[in-house]
Ligand binder design. Structure first.
Ligand code: SF4
Ligand code: SF4
Length: 531
C-alpha cells in the first residue's frame, strides 16, 4: 500500500461526486491558509512587541553559540572584527582611514548579537548572580540585554537612560545623544561589569553578554575616547612600561631575591626554553605586588623542591594584556600579546606555568587568536600533579595548629577555565580542618570585583563587591581564605583590611609550601640523633 495513512480517507470518499470533492478541497485549503496567516500574524506581533521571540529563537541561539566554532563564550574574549575581518594589530597600516572599532550603533552588531537580544526569556537568572547588580550598581545583564533588544526593535529607552544619567551625574554623559552608550546603555552600566562570566554561565539560552559589553567598550575606548578616567594611567603604564603599575622592568626579578637557589633567566643564563621543563610566567602582579611576589617565590621554591627545571623571562616579560583587553583597548592588548608571542618564539617556549588566572586565560585561550599556541597550566594544577607523582610530599599540620579554610574561586580559573578541583584537592591534601565552602562557590562563585579591569578603577556606586565576597567568607567562620589568583588576593585582602576582624587571605601555594616544608623538617635527623 503506497498511502497507508490516507488511502482509507480516499476509500471513504469514493462515492462522492467531483463537485462535492472540489468543494471539500476548497474549504480545506482555505482553513490551511487561514491558520498559516494567523501563525504569521502571531510571529509578526512578536516581532513588533518582542515578547515571544525567544520561544522560536532560544533553541537556535543555543546552537549558534560561539562554542561551535571552537571558542567558548567563556574564557577567550571574542575577537574584534573590523570591516568584517579579524583585527590584527600587525596589519593596522592596511586599515581604511574610516575603519571603526567595536560597536557604536545597533546596526553594527552582528547577526549573532541580535539573535542573542531577541532570544532573552526574561528569566533573570543572569542578574541573580551578577556581582554588580547584587551590590547596587546599575548593571543588570538582563536589563542590558532587553534594552538592546528593544532598541533593535525600535523602542526607545533614551528617556530612562537620560534620567538615570542626570540623577547619577555619570561619566560619559556627554555622549548621550550620539551612540548606544549614553543613548540606550548608561555608561555606568557598561563600566560596572567585571567580566566574571556568571551571566553567560547561567543563561538558559546561552546569551553571550560579555561579548556585547566588550564590543561596546571597544567603541568607547578606541573611537569615542570616553571611558573611566583611571584608565588613562592604566593604558599609559601598559604602553610605556609594560605593566599596569608603571614600575620599571628592571624590578621584575625582585621577587627572587630571598631565594637560596638561582632562577635562570632566558636570554641571560639560558639560550632556549628547550633546556628546561617549563617557563614560569611571573605576571605583572607576581613581579610588582608585594603579596603576589611572595606567591611567585613560593611557587618557584616548590618547583625547585620537586626537581622541576624551570626558567623565567625576567625583563623580557611584558604584561599579558588582560586588563587592556577587558577595558576595551584591543590595540594595546594586541601590542602586548604580539610582543610576548615574539619573545616565546625567540626562546622556543612551548610549556608555561602561570600563577595568575588572568595570565593563564590570556596565554592559553587568547594568544592562539594571534597565532601563539602553548600548553599553559595554572600553578595549582602543576602542584597537584607533582604531589600525585610523589615529587612533593604534603604533611598535615599538628592537630592543635589546624584551622578551618574556605576557598575563593577566581573567575578566570573557575568559571572561565573550568578548574574547580585542583585547588580544592591541594587543600584537602593538607588535612587542615574541613574545607568550608562559601554560600557561592565553584560554578556559582561570586567575583572578587577585580576582573574586567575593575581593579584599576574606583568603585563609586553601591557597596563594594570585594566586601560582599568577604561577608560570605566571614560567614563560614573560617580563619583563612585561600585563593589562587593575585587579583583576588589583592581585592580580598583590601576587603579584610577595611574591617576590624577578618580571615587571613593567602594563595594556596603558601599553604602547600608550608605542608611540604613540614615534611622536609620531619625528615631531617634531630640533633640528638645526629650526635
Ligand atoms: S560578566 Fe559578571 S559582572 Fe558582568 S554582567 Fe555578567 S554577571 Fe554581571
Ligand atoms: S539569563 Fe538569559 S534568558 Fe534569562 S534574563 Fe538573563 S539574558 Fe535573558
Amino acid at each position: 500500500m503506497h498511502y497507508p495513512l490516507t488511502s482509507w480517507v480516499g476509500g471513504a470518499l469514493a462515492g462522492w461526486s467531483p463537485e462535492t470533492l472540489a468543494g471539500v478541497i476548497t474549504v480545506t485549503a482555505a482553513v490551511k491558509i487561514l491558520v498559516s496567516m494567523l501563525w504569521l500574524g502571531v510571529i509578526g506581533y512578536s516581532v513588533t512587541m518582542s515578547v515571544a521571540w525567544h520561544r522560536f529563537l532560544g533553541v537556535l541561539n543555543v546552537y549558534a553559540r560561539r562554542e561551535l566554532d571552537g571558542s567558548a563564550a567563556l574564557g577567550a574574549a571574542a575577537p574584534m572584527l573590523v570591516a568584517g575581518k579579524l583585527f590584527d594589530i600587525r596589519d593596522i597600516d592596511d586599515l581604511d582611514e574610516d575603519a571603526t572599532f567595536g560597536v557604536g550603533k545597533i546596526e553594527e552588531f552582528g547577526w549573532k548579537s541580535l539573535l542573542d537580544f531577541a532570544s532573552c526569556t526574561e528569566c533573570g537568572r543572569c542578574q541573580d548572580l551578577c556581582p554588580a547588580w547584587n551590590t547596587g550598581k546599575p548593571l543588570s545583564p538582563k536589563l542590558f540585554t532587553l534594552a538592546l533588544r528593544d532598541h533593535a526593535a525600535g523602542r526607545d529607552h533614551s528617556a530612562d537612560v537620560a534620567s538615570a544619567l542626570s540623577s547619577s551625574g555619570a561619566a560619559g554623559s556627554d555622549s548621550a545623544s550620539e551612540g548606544l552608550v549614553g543613548l540606550v546603555i548608561n555608561p555606568d552600566t557598561l563600566w560596572s561589569c567585571t567580566t566574571c562570566g556568571a551571566c553567560v554561565d547561567q543563561c538558559p539560552v546561552d546569551i553571550e553578554h560579555v561579548d556585547h559589553i566588550l564590543d561596546l567598550r571597544r567603541h568607547e575606548v578606541m573611537v569615542a575616547s570616553d571611558f573611566p578616567e583611571e584608565f588613562n594611567s592604566l593604558f599609559a603604564n601598559l604602553e610605556t612600561k609594560g605593566n599596569p603599575w608603571g614600575l620599571p622592568a628592571r624590578d621584575r626579578m625582585d621577587w627572587a631575591k630571598g631565594l637560596d637557589f638561582s632562577v635562570p633567566v632566558l636570554g641571560k643564563d639560558l639560550a632556549s626554553a628547550e633546556e628546561v621543563d617549563t617557563l614560569l610566567w611571573v605576571g605583572c602582579a607576581g613581579a610588582f605586588d608585594e603579596k603576589a611576589k611572595r606567591t611567585t617565590a613560593a611557587v618557584a621554591e616548590l618547583l625547585h623542591l620537586a626537581g622541576v627545571k624551570f626558567a623565567v623571562l625576567g625583563q623580557a616579560e611584558t604584561c599579558c594584556g588582560d586588563a587592556a583587553r577587558r577595558a576595551g583597548n584591543e590595540a594595546t592588548y594586541q601590542g602586548l600579546a604580539v610582543e610576548n608571542i615574539e619573545t616565546f618564539a625567540e626562546y622556543g617556549v612551548k610549556q608555561i606555568v602561570a600563577t595568575c588566572a588572568h595570565c593563564l586565560n590570556a596565554l592559553s585561550r587568547e594568544y592562539s587568536q594571534l597565532g601563539g599556541a602553548y600548553r599553559v597550566e595554572h600553578h595549582t594544577q602543576v602542584l597537584n600533579r607533582l604531589i600525585r607523582a610523589g615529587q612533593l610530599n604534603l604533611v598535615e599540620p599538628p592537630e592543635q595548629e589546624k584551622v578551618q579554610i574556605t576557598y575563593h574561586d577566581p573567575c578566570y580559573l573557575g568559571r572561565h577555565n573550568q578548574e574547580f578541583d585542583a585547588p580544592r584537592e591541594l587543600l584537602a591534601g593538607l588535612g587542615e580542618a574541613d574545607l568550608v565552602e562559601m554560600e557561592h562557590h565553584a560554578a556559582t562563585s561570586l567575583c572578587c570585583g577585580g576582573g574586567g579591569a575593575r581593579m584599576w578603577t574606583e568603585e563609586k556606586l553601591g557597596t563594594r563587591i570585594n566586601s560582599a565576597r568577604m561577608d560570605e567568607a566571614v560567614a563560614t567562620g573560617a580563619a583563612t581564605v585561600a585563593t589562587a589568583c593575585p587579583y583576588c588576593a589583592i581585592m580580598l585582602s583590601d576587603a579584610g583590611a577595611a574591617r576590624d576582624e577578618a580571615p587571613q587571605v593567602t594563595d594556596v601555594a603558601h599553604l602547600v609550601l608550608a605542608g611540604v616544608k613540614r615534611g622536609l623538617d620531619s625528615a631531617q635527623p634531630r640533633k640528638d640523633e645526629q650526635a
